[in-house]
Structures are given as C-alpha cells and as structure tokens.
Unconditional design. Structure first.
Lengths: 296, 334
C-alpha cells in the first residue's frame, strides 16, 4: 500500500474544547503511517448555524477551505461530522450548480483563490475503513479492547442525508449503520447494539431548546447504558460534547444518574494501538475516563 | 446458474387494536417474496393470506395519495413505492413493520394523523391572494420562479418526515418538517400574499424553525425528495432577508458565527455562548463552564475580554475580506 496522505480540516472544536480529539487523531495517523497536513488556513464550517443566517456566505467560506486541500492535491479529511456535512454540502452544491459555483468563484477570485472541485471530502472514520482498511488496522492492535462493551454513536451528519454521503461513506445505511461496529470489532472490542445509535444527540439546539436537547441526548445515553455499554464512542466532537459535558444535566432531565465515558473515535483507536496517555488525552473528559487507559 | 426467483423472509408486524388491546404486540409471518413485489404487496398478503383483521391504509398504489406510509426496520417508506427486495438488501431476511408512530397507533399500521393535519393547516398551505374572478390575462411566472417551489410542491402529505422528526417527539409545539416545507412552498410563490404571516410563525421560539435539531431525518424519510431541511434553511435565511427574524438566543447564535469567524477564522466557543445568551442568560452555563474548566477544556482566561486565546486561521485577511464582500444578511437591530 502506498502511503496515504490527507489534508486535515480540524474544525473549531478540536482546536479548543476537545484538544484530545486532535492529539489522538495525529497519534493514530502517526502509528498507522498516514501523512497528515493540517489546513491551517481553514475557517469554521459554519456548523449549520452560519448557513441559517447566510447560506451564500457559508458556501464561500467552505469553498475556500476546500481550495486549500485542492492546492495540496489531497483529499480533505474531517474529524467532525458537522464539518463533514457542511463541507460536503458546499462541494455538492458547487459541483452540481455551475451558476452558484461561478458566483462563489467570483468572490474567491478577490483573494486569489479558485474552487475547482478536484478534492474529495471524507470523514477520517471512512478514510480509515475504506482506504487504510480494517485488516491493516487489526494488524497494528497492541492493546485489544476485549474488556470493553462499546456503544457506537454514529452522529447524524456522517450518515444523513445518505444520498449526499453515498460516495464518501461507502454507502452506509443510515437506518442500520455498521462502520463503527466494524471498527470496534477490528480493535477486538464488543460492539453494543442499541436502537439509538443512529439518532440525534440534540447538540445543535442546546441553547434555544434545552429540554429537547437533553431529552435526545438522554434517550441515547440511557439506551446505551441499558444495553450494558461500558463506554460510548463517536466520530463527532459535537456529539461528544453533548453527551460528555452535559451528562449530569441530561441525567437530571431523564430522572436517572448516568455515568458513561464518551470517547472520540480516534481516542478508541489510540487506546488499542498503544498510544501514550498524553496523546489519548482522557483527562480532558468531564465524565471521568482516565481509568480506561491501559498498557499492553 | 440457477437463481431463486423468490426470497424467504420473516415479517414481524406491529399489531394493536386501541379499542380492545391493553398493549401492542408483534406477530410473525413467513413469506416467499418475488423480486417485483412492493412493501404494499406484503401488507396485502398479510391481510389476504394470513389474517383478514390486519389493518393499514392504502388507496392509489401509485405513490401519490400518501396514505400507505409505514416504517420498515425503522426506515419510513411509502409502501407502494418501496420494492421488497431492496428492503431485504438493506435489512436482511427479517423485516419489521411498524406504524409511522407507535404512540399514535389506532389499529396495526393505522395511526391518528390529527397532529400532522392540524400543523399543516395552521401554516396556511395554499396561495393566499385576492383573485380576480374575471381576469383579462393569465398570471405568468418565470421558469426560475416555478423551479423555486417545484420540488417542495411534490409533497404528498404522507407524514414520513413528520413522524421521523425527533424535535417533534420531544416538543409537541414544534411545527415539524412537512409544515415548514409547505410554508416555504407557498411563501416563495410570487402570487402569494401571506408570506410575512408564515415567516412570523416560523420565527417563533419552540414552534418555529429555530428548534430544528439538524438531524436530517426528514430529508432521509421523504419519498418524494422534497428535502424539508433544505427548505427549513431557506426559511431561516428568508427571516433575515425580510427583516422578520426575532432577536433572540437562536438568531444571535447564528449571526454570532460571522462575528467570530471575522475575528478568528474559527469559532470562539466561549464567546458564542456569551454573545448569544447575553449577560442575563449566562447563569445557565456557569455550572457547565466550571466542569469544563476542571477538565481543562476551557481556561480561566477565556472569559476575559482582553485575553485572546482563540486559535487564528492562517491568512485571516482573506476570510475577513470574503465576509465583507459576500455577506448578504443582517441581524435586526434592537
């Protein structure tokens, strides 16, 4: 296999409240021999909120991000479902609507850039599975996760709308997604099957519809717990923030205490590949997770 | 090579009669299914070959009346449009048939859709206009004007998106994706005169578009590619374009992204909460902030206006310039 090289769009969260996501991503890329170039020029993807305010502006900014991956001639990988969706929506809109593409490029020309549509946009989870390969990952496992029941939480923006993601998420069935389950299997963990694994965490209405947000997160957390999960794992830092940081509040709304560590997908891989405690960064979790660190 | 012309499957169907049953239950039916059969054919076969009391709605069989929607293994489908083998490919040889909403079940697959129709009607899903009964010429529309609402016009009110929407399940006041798609369809219609009223309804907290959780379940559930969440985004934008947007935590949060990106390229996670909530709303977040501080997710200095810890995008000038020349919408002033 020739060496995989990706342009990494970190998103905002990995640079601020979830530093453990960035450090564990870089650590596993290093262990697996994947070359990562961080797109330091990239801006926020708008997280669907900028899109609500000014859809055109959001397209311009997302197109600019992709331009920098195109300059490197690389696939742009994301480590946040929401970054993935918003980047992919802009890419899809521009690649299928020449008039919009021209309008966006007219703006980009003012700063010397041009969106061409030559780079793919892919979430790191699917890059690992489709391009690196589960068998190759399996070969690198030094600390099997066989002691853990792991509840995969897929997060909406990686699996819906399936028509948009089709090419970049290997046609994941949004009603019965399997990628995270397969990854857990490859790391020798035990995937937990539960109904809410493909449901919404409520993050995006945390401020304006707090009750809705807590109920949605609570439904998923309690479902995982009731199916004997030891931990939850998610490819999305926004799902992580909702489920981890707000876990106590969610418990209050649901009338039950919840204690479930919620790991980022790369952290789980990093545990199994024997990355360092610092790289995995479990101390940055609100729900205590440091006990999960073990060495071979 | 010999290939089977049929597949042997098990159907687990939700059974419930609100008049006689205390609780619902599932009944199992074994069937050989041929490759041309639709989910509606399987519903018919349960009724015709197994149990005449099995109940479901059906009418046109041509994907236009919107009455035969159910859920197959959790996936909302229009039964007369969905090939059974496609579902077997997706979910294997055990298909689970559920009504669109278990809590609204009346008998087996039949649900009470009153909540759907009430919300749909409340949004005024028709062209509101003073029509001249004796017009001298037709009202002409450009192709672009028609294309603006054409895909939304394909809605057949099947309710798939409505009953797939988690925001509605947590908050009964919420209009839901079907009503919003209709609101968009008629508000964008050049003949219509009730746009302001509809946009005001969709701007209200709790019932309006700002409570949408962005899960894309509606886009996935729609059998006619209406893409309701795309229309919801358009309604959000139209509220600003028409200066109807309220100034509240949700709209400030949306607009706050521009403010943040202009300054840093990235979102300032602490500032966006401060800015959206305003000084009087911050007490709600103190406890969470303390927990995040303890875990090292945020830092004491983040809250200080004169300390800037936020990472900056390289070539920030480009971002500022692009915002300057591309921004079209504004947040209404106080």
């Amino acid at each position: 296999m020739s060496q995989l090289k990706y342009a990494l769009f970190t998103g905002c969260t990995a640079k601020q409240s979830t530093p453990e996501l960035l450090s564990s991503t870089l650590a596993i890329a290093d262990k697996l021999g994947i070359e990562i170039t961080i797109l330091e020029e990239a801006s926020c993807c708008g997280a669907s909120h900028l899109q609500d305010f000014d859809e055109f502006l959001a397209h311009v900014l997302n197109a600019r991000n992709i331009c920098y991956a195109e300059k490197l001639g690389m696939t742009m990988i994301t480590i946040c479902n929401t970054c993935q969706l918003n980047s992919a929506m802009t890419k899809h809109a521009l690649d299928t609507d020449p008039e919009l593409k021209a309008r966006v490029n007219e703006k980009l020309a003012e700063v010397g850039l041009e969106y061409k549509g030559t780079s793919e946009v892919k979430h790191f989870l699917y890059a690992l599975i489709d391009e690196y390969g589960l068998d190759s990952i399996k070969d690198k496992v030094t600390v099997p996760l066989s002691h853990l029941n792991i509840a995969p939480f897929y997060g909406c923006h990686n699996i819906r709308p399936s028509e948009l993601h089709g090419a970049s998420n290997s046609g994941e069935n949004p009603y019965n997604p399997t990628s995270l389950d397969q990854l857990i299997d490859a790391l020798e963990g035990h995937p937990v099957d539960y109904a809410h694994k493909n449901k919404c965490c409520g993050f995006h209405v945390e401020l304006q519809a707090n009750h809705t947000s807590e109920v949605l997160a609570g439904n998923a957390l309690l479902d995982a717990v009731d199916n004997n999960a030891d931990i939850m794992v998610t490819p999305c830092p926004l799902c992580h923030l909702k489920m981890d940081t707000y876990q106590d509040d969610v418990g209050k709304v649901m009338g039950r205490d919840v204690e479930l560590p919620v790991l980022h997908m790369p952290q789980m891989v990093a545990l199994a590949l024997g990355c360092t405690e610092k790289e995995i960064g479990l101390k940055f979790h609100v729900q205590k997770a440091t006990q999960l660190y073990t060495t071979a | 090579m010999f290939t089977h012309k049929y597949k042997e499957i098990t159907i687990k169907a939700f059974r419930f009669n609100a008049e006689t049953d205390y609780l619902p239950y599932y009944k199992t039916y074994e069937m050989k299914v041929e490759n041309h059969e639709l989910i509606l054919d399987l519903l018919n076969r349960i009724k015709w070959e197994h149990d005449g009391s099995f109940s479901y709605r059906r009418s046109c069989r041509h994907g236009i009346c919107g009455s035969c929607s159910i859920k197959v293994n959790g996936k909302p489908v229009l039964a007369c449009k969905e090939n059974a083998w496609d579902m077997i490919d997706l979910f294997g040889d055990e298909l689970i048939f559920d009504p669109q909403s278990k809590k609204r079940a009346i008998k087996d697959m039949i649900i009470d859709k009153k909540d759907f129709w009430d919300k749909h009607a409340a949004i005024k899903p028709f062209v509101v206009a003073d029509v001249d009964p004796h017009p001298e010429h037709e009202t002409k529309m450009s192709i672009t004007q028609v294309e603006d609402f054409l895909d939304a016009d394909y809605c057949i009110q099947c309710g798939n998106c409505h009953y797939a929407c988690p925001a509605l399940q947590a908050n009964e006041e919420f209009f839901g994706p079907a009503a919003f798609a209709a609101a968009y369809r008629f508000t964008i219609d050049p003949r219509d005169e009730a746009g302001k009223e509809r946009l005001e309804m969709t701007a209200e907290p709790a019932q309006g578009v700002w409570d949408c959780v962005k899960c894309f379940e509606c886009a996935e559930a729609c059998p006619k590619d209406v893409n309701p969440i795309e229309k919801i985004t358009k309604l959000h934008n139209m509220q600003f374009e028409k200066n109807i947007a309220q100034r509240n935590v949700a709209t400030k949060h949306a607009e706050g992204f521009v403010r943040s990106i202009k300054k840093h390229g990235f979102l300032d996670e602490a500032d966006i909460v401060l800015y959206s909530e305003g000084p009087f709303g911050m007490h709600k977040h103190v406890k969470t902030a303390m927990k995040m501080l303890k875990a090292g997710k945020i830092h004491f200095t983040d809250a200080l206006p004169f300390v800037d810890n936020v990472p900056k995008s390289k070539n920030l000038d480009e971002i500022k310039k692009l915002i300057e020349i591309s921004q079209t919408n504004k947040l209404p002033k106080l």
